[in-house]
Design a binder for this molecule. Structure first.
Ligand SMILES: [Zn+2]
Length: 383
């Protein structure tokens, strides 16, 4: 039976395989022949062997690896690439990368899921012998195409991790055709590797500390970001002084002394430990919390004015003021015509409230103009 006659499978969104319905003929210009396993000639005629191999290595993202054979498994409809590590990569401990004496053949040959070839599943297959490391004991030898303990190739995992950062979890699981639980493990491995190559604590100068709530109920994480790189530097359950001290302990004495600025809300649990441990750091309020304060103050004034109007027996005016709440809150550029009208009415009926509104808006503008202008405006605003 030739491969061209074999029914072809399509990958669907659900991640399952489906036969094409009759009439939906899919033509595949495949070069694989034979039944069962069909083998792709890699080193056929003179001079043609090398380039296809290099191309395959590129396509599969395989480095420091020798491709032995590429087969199309007709029964499972998957591409299987048999490989071995280059001589220099063999018999290495996956933890310390040291060369070790061989121990045994482990569990024999195994497969790693590689990036799909179009819609066709693709696997890298190789022996997985064990070595005996002086420090790490008997352990499955490292392979250059995958991380330790992974069932996927490194390039497969890198792509999955990137997608996880940039899309939804359902999209990742469906597109990569893996279980969501695998996505979690993959991200852990990729993150662990990235952390060994990057010292997040190096050269920290300007930090932001804040809390975020996680899950339901009163569960919080303290998070620290680096304003210069925009990176998340540290996150830990809890929002209290102890948690902040934990971070400062990790940072060490020298690290603490390097800190020039810490932005946060006004909470003592952040400000007190920072003041204590970081002698050169200035604690400042981040824009979000400053704006929130001014919006809260504005709302308080609106409520007072509204109460006064109501008590003074002017229910019509009181209703109008109540309706103006959103107009006062919104960014001026996002105001609808109706809201603009409401604001104009506020200006007419209550000068104090309108003045408070203008002051709050001016404060907002300070964060939007270039630094020099912002300083000038801030001085003026404070007056
Ligand atoms: Zn080792």
């Amino acid at each position: 039976m030739t491969a061209a006659a074999a029914p072809r499978c399509l990958a669907t969104r659900s991640g399952r395989w489906e036969r094409p319905t009759s009439g939906q003929e899919v033509r595949t210009p495949r070069r694989f022949y034979g039944s069962g396993f069909s083998r792709l000639e890699l080193t056929g005629k003179a001079g043609r062997g090398v380039r296809p191999l290099r191309l395959w290595k590129r396509l599969l993202g395989l480095r420091r690896t020798v491709i032995e054979e590429i087969e199309f498994d007709e029964a499972e409809e998957v591409l299987v690439v048999s490989v071995r590590p280059r001589a220099r990569e063999r018999d290495r401990c996956p933890r310390c990368r040291r060369r070790c004496p061989g121990y045994d053949q482990g569990e024999g040959r195994r497969r790693w899921r590689a990036l799909d070839m179009g819609t066709t599943f693709c696997f890298v297959e190789a022996d997985a012998p064990r070595v005996r490391c002086k420090r790490h004991g008997v352990i499955v030898a490292a392979v250059p195409w995958a991380r330790h303990d992974a069932a996927f190739t490194s390039s497969f995992e890198d792509q999955t991790a990137w997608l996880t950062v940039n899309t939804s979890k359902t999209a990742v699981a469906e597109l990569m055709r893996i279980a969501w639980r695998s996505v979690g493990w993959i991200c852990e491995r990729v993150a662990a590797e990235a952390q060994t190559q990057l010292d997040l604590f190096a050269d920290l100068k300007r930090l932001g500390v804040d809390e975020i709530s996680v899950r339901k109920g009163q569960r919080y994480l303290t998070i620290v970001i680096d304003h210069d790189t925009g990176r998340l530097v540290w996150a830990h359950p809890g929002r209290d002084k102890q948690t902040v001290y934990k971070f400062l302990d990790l940072l060490g004495k020298d690290g603490c002394e390097q800190i020039q600025l810490v932005s946060c809300d006004m909470a003592d649990w952040i400000a007190v430990p920072v003041a204590e441990r970081c002698p050169n750091a200035e604690v400042c309020l981040d824009p979000f919390h400053v704006i929130k304060l001014s919006t809260d103050a504005l709302d308080e004034i609106r409520r007072e004015v509204w109460n006064d109007t109501r008590k003074a027996g002017q229910p019509g005016l009181a209703r109008e003021l109540k309706g103006a709440r959103f107009a006062l809150w919104m960014n001026p550029e996002r105001l609808t015509e109706r809201h603009q009208h409401k604001l104009a009415r506020v200006q007419e009926i209550n000068k104090d409230l309108y003045r408070a509104y203008l002051i709050a808006q001016q404060l907002r503008m300070i964060y939007r103009v270039p630094r020099e202008q912002a300083l000038e405006r801030l001085e003026a605003w404070l007056k």
